[in-house]
Design a protein around this ligand. Structure first.
Ligand code: NAG
Length: 421
């Protein structure tokens, strides 16, 4: 039935055998890093409605309104309890992986995660009806736990199901789905779609849909080949899984590779956190990982998502424009992550086998430094300026100094009359 999607005459001989792999990447992404990205961006949009809701439920229960600061505190807690859940989820997942390494079922673990996400979605959907903001808190916490799990499982899973030559690409799909999730959150969070006062519980619950899709489709896909071979010792099942994912053909070389991996795995011991820190041979990997992670966290992109309203408000953007401005940020991030997935020499490719290891980071460092210089040189100061002035600044760059007034009035007028659905 899937054949009709890929008419034989136009079938790319390279893509075609890997149809199973691509389908599985899609399914893994939808329930993997996609919801993580979704929850980062989506929480902004119902911010006003939820704060009002907290106030109203409090008045109903106790007869008096809450202090604005208390409302803000509760709201911040709703935003950040996701991170706490994510932290706990990651730790649990890591513990589970190291302790039960011999019978670790990626598929089953991912299915459990989906169930957690569905429960969270139910909490969200009925929070307003039940007049309970505590349910939003619980739902958000459960979402955090779920994504903490799936964000650990997803990269490992896509790495294990892909042949070596495609591993760089498949690993980068994790980032692609993450940014797609952010973008989706931003689109359906617009007040014209689900970000309205009437529909915000459904906005927060909509993430259950991706969990449901994965829950239903994942059982049709095989377990990871290396899991089947290394942990279960079932070479036939491994061969079958590989054929299902990579098509017919001779995959003996890859199977031999997994076998080699098995030999090295039985001779390695699992390291504790402290041992990892002390281990000399992992020193630079650790430094690099920490640098990359801190850069990612410190570059402010998540702050933009969590508090985009406040950030852009401070930058003096008109209120009604903010959702669209942050949508633009999301779009840029999404595009760049897709572009990166086409860079043939991805990080994982370099850091396994080749001697080029440290140099690949120089490439990225170069890219980062260039973008930093670029931004420093070209991004105009936005503080205290209206959107028109900022536009004018950009026009100076775009068109040279003379034509600054050309597009002055080109802002779509209909946005001025946004409906309050
Ligand atoms: C809470 O509700 C009361 C009564 O409707 C209102 O006066 C007050 O401004 C609200 N507080 C906030 C922070 O919205």
């Amino acid at each position: 039935e899937t054949d009709s999607l890929f008419p034989a005459s136009r079938t790319d001989t390279f893509i075609q055998p890997f149809r199973g792999l691509f389908q599985m990447i899609l399914v893994l992404g939808i329930g993997g890093s996609f919801p993580y990205g979704f929850h980062i961006s989506v929480i902004n949009y119902p911010s006003v409605h939820i704060r009002k809701f907290i106030n109203e439920t409090w008045i109903e229960r106790h007869g008096s309104p809450l202090h604005p600061e208390t409302i803000m505190l509760l709201w911040s807690f709703i935003v950040s309890v996701y991170g706490i859940g994510g932290f706990l989820g990651s730790i649990c997942c890591g513990k589970y992986q190291t302790e039960q390494i011999n019978n670790f079922f990626l598929v089953e673990c991912q299915m459990c995660t989906n169930l957690i996400m569905l429960v969270a979605a139910l909490f969200m959907a009925f929070s307003k009806t039940a007049k309970s903001f505590e349910m939003i808190l619980v739902g958000r916490f459960l979402y955090g736990i779920g994504t903490g799990f799936s964000l650990n499982i997803h990269p490992q899973y896509v790495g294990e199901i892909s042949p070596k030559k495609l591993r760089g690409f498949t690993n980068s799909t994790v980032a692609v789905f993450l940014t797609l999730g952010k973008l989706t959150g931003q689109v359906i969070g617009l007040r014209e779609i689900l970000g309205s006062e009437a529909l915000w519980p459904w906005l927060l619950a909509s993430s259950g849909l991706s969990a449901l899709v994965q829950l239903v489709t994942l059982p049709f896909f095989p377990d990871s080949p290396s899991y089947l071979l290394i942990q279960k010792g079932n070479e036939e099942a491994c061969r079958k899984a590989i054929r299902k994912l990579w098509g017919e053909g001779d995959h003996q070389a890859e199977i031999d590779d997994i076998m080699k991996e098995k030999v090295t795995m039985t001779s390695t011991k699992t390291l504790r956190v402290l041992e990892v820190i002390k281990e000399r041979s992992l020193r630079w990997q650790l430094y690099i990982l920490m640098t990359v992670m801190t850069t990612l966290q410190l570059c402010g992109i998540n702050a933009i998502y969590f508090y985009s309203f406040e950030v852009f408000h401070t930058a003096k953007f008109e209120e009604y424009l903010i959702p669209y401005v942050s949508l633009g940020v999301g779009l840029c991030e999404c595009l760049s992550s897709i572009l990166y997935s086409y860079i043939p020499y991805s990080v994982s490719h370099f850091c396994l086998q080749d001697n080029l290891g440290p140099f690949c980071f120089l490439i990225f460092l170069g890219i980062l430094a260039l973008s930093a210089i670029f931004i420093y040189l070209y991004l105009p100061e936005t503080k205290g300026k209206s959107i028109m002035e900022i536009k004018a600044e950009f026009n100076k760059l775009n068109f040279g100094k003379k034509e600054t007034s050309v597009t002055e009035n080109s802002f779509p007028k209909e946005q001025l009359f946004c409906t309050k659905l």
